[in-house]
Design a protein around this ligand. Structure first.
Ligand code: ADP
Ligand code: MG
Length: 559
């Protein structure tokens, strides 16, 4: 028997890995199952390209076998197997993954992060096992070999016998500690739920013996224990199916199954892209605001799968903050099973997917706006505020994406309208998009500042949300029309520009105005006669960048 040391850098990596890379120990199973699935993929590929080989789908599967007595967990596959050399080079040196060698050239061309390809998945086994034994027989070889390691010390390789081609990995599961219950990795029900959670959509069946009980035949009052082999995973993911095969109910079922929300989704979006980067996605716009949406606990993000294997529960890089309410998942065969969030953040493919997704969400919302106004109103009531925050943040750089989705209450229509609807109704002589800010529609209705604009027959947008005016300041204009507060000094309405009767009144009453100004000193800049009032004796106006309403909001903010 040969005993070999891991290479020095492998040793350090292995220690690091076992202790820190994975936040949850249970993912070891995902890693081993995905390796098994890769191995079957490889034999499948060979069978497809070599006419001497036949791929009989029944004979390819993954089997998970826990045994409480011996404290072992086996993961068995009928994949391509490994030769002695492959066992050494694939499992003996961390960061020298066989799959990487296979893909390397393309990866460099695509600008992928090479670190993302580190072969460290296998070593996750040491998070839960004291000893890992790999028995493997490579396709086309008569000999089988046994690789064994207790972790950081090194590994041994010796010849062994194995009838069929494939790999059998045995984990000697650790004893429970105070902080960690390792027993669950020997319990078929726990294992079943881990498999369901992470590997449900692996293409090959993952089988396991499950204990159950049933009424005895002939005697219904007595129960008997029995075991039966079950296929745990559902194998064909809904997102790989054709849209035309699926009904609204299917999408709703998936939404519930995944616990994306407790409501019914308002809308689903199914994306299948076969371009530079291939991916499938199913996204949902919830009907109701998630109960924790405005709390600190709320985390945006989509589930991320790499070729059917779940690699992250909430990938936040896939969604911008203004679409943080969107739920769902993305699966891409062009993403590697990366090991950490940090690495994923720099992935170019992921960035591309994120960008496409944002565009798609926008266009779907626009089509909802056009084709189902009632639903869009409902949506906007729930999440419009988030869109306005989106316009406001990043110095308005999201404005092209978001401005068409905004709605405000209209003085004329007495309901929410879009900026485009406003513009399309503007009389020719109207220069600006007018708005008035206030606490509520009722209060704005009574604002003296609105009188002149309303008298001219111009529509006024009511800003009742504290974010409204800030967002609009970032937009600056919409389709070349500037926004104008009804309380700004210059309203751009001709009547009050060409008429200088105000000056006369101002002169005649100079003493009165001066006295008022002195009385209000420090509170107002000036007291002037105005033409804009009809039924009200007085109103406040603002000339600066910040309007009265914005000042109120700013004053309320904590320092
Ligand atoms: P990765 O999967 O990212 O390449 P891993 O550490 O998970 O890295 O696995 C290292 C390598 O070991 C794989 O690339 C593969 O060549 C080999 N390997 C692991 N498990 C199996 C298996 N069940 N069957 C065949 N080869 C395997
Ligand atoms: Mg792997």
């Amino acid at each position: 028997m040969e005993k070999k040391q891991f290479q020095a850098e492998s040793k350090r990596l292995l220690e690091m890995m076992v202790n820190s890379i994975y936040s949850q120990k249970e993912v070891f199973l995902r890693e081993l199952i995905s390796n098994a699935s890769d191995a079957i993929d490889k034999i499948y590929y060979k069978a497809l390209t070599d006419e001497n080989l036949r791929f009989e789908s029944e004979s390819y599967y993954i089997k998970v076998e826990p045994d409480k007595e011996s404290r072992t967990l086996k993961i068995i596959d009928t994949g391509i197997g490994m030769t002695k050399e492959e066992l050494e080079s694939n499992l003996g040196v961390i960061a020298k993954s066989g799959s990487l060698a296979f893909k390397k050239e393309n990866e460099i061309k695509d600008g992928y992060d090479i670190i993302g390809q580190f072969g460290v998945g296998f070593y996750a086994a040491f998070m839960v096992a004291d000893v890992v034994t790999v028995i493997s027989k490579a396709q086309g070889s008569e000999a089988a070999f046994k690789w064994e390691s207790e972790g950081t010390d090194g590994y041994s390789i010796e010849p062994t016998t194995k009838e069929t081609v494939g790999t059998e990995i045995t984990l000697k599961i650790k004893e429970n500690t105070e902080d960690e219950n390792y027993d669950e990795y020997l319990d078929s029900y726990q294992l079943k739920s881990i498999i369901k959670k992470y590997s449900d959509f692996i293409r090959y069946p993952i089988k396991m013996e499950i204990e159950s009980s049933r009424p005895k035949e002939g005697n219904e009052n007595e129960w008997e224990e029995y075991t039966e082999e079950q296929t745990i995973n559902s194998m064909v993911p809904i997102w790989r199916k054709n849209k035309s095969e699926l009904t609204d109910e299917d999408y709703e079922k998936f939404y519930m199954e995944k616990h994306y929300g407790f409501d019914k989704p308002l809308k689903h979006i199914h994306i299948s892209v076969d371009g530079t980067i291939r991916y499938n996605a199913i996204l949902y716009i919830p009907e109701k605001i998630p109960f924790d949406y405005y709390s600190k606990e709320y985390e945006k993000g989509l589930e991320l799968y790499s070729n059917g294997v779940l690699i992250m529960n909430k990938c936040s890089d896939l969604l911008p903050d203004y679409f943080s309410f969107v739920k769902g998942m993305v699966d891409s065969e062009d993403l590697s099973l990366n090991i950490s969030r940090e690495i994923l953040q720099h992935d170019r493919g992921l960035k591309l997917i994120a960008k496409n997704i944002s565009k798609k969400i926008k266009s779907e919302l626009l089509s909802l706006l056009k084709n189902n106004r009632e639903k869009y109103d409902e949506f906007f009531k729930s999440f419009g505020r988030q869109l306005k925050f989106g316009v406001y943040s990043d110095f308005g750089s999201n404005k092209d994406l978001l401005q068409d989705l905004l709605m405000f209450y209209s003085s004329k229509e007495k309901k929410m309208i879009t900026l485009d609807e406003y513009i399309s109704r503007m009389p020719e002589d109207q220069k600006y998009i007018y708005y008035a800010s206030g606490e509520s529609v009722e209060r704005i209705d009574k604002l003296p500042q609105t009188e002149l604009v309303a008298e001219k027959g111009y529509e006024i947008l009511y800003f009742t949300d504290d974010i409204d005016e800030f967002a609009i300041k970032m937009l600056m204009n919409y389709k070349e029309k500037e926004f104008k507060s009804v309380s700004s000094g210059d309203l751009g309405i001709e009547a009050d520009e060409n008429d200088n009767s105000n000056d006369e009144i101002q002169q005649e009453n100079k003493e009165l105005f001066d006295a008022m100004k002195e009385f209000l000193s420090g509170k107002v800049k000036d007291v002037r006669a105005s033409k804009r009032l009809k039924s009200h004796p007085v109103c406040l106006t603002a000339d600066g960048e910040v309007t009265i309403e914005m000042e109120k909001v700013l004053n309320m903010m904590p320092d």
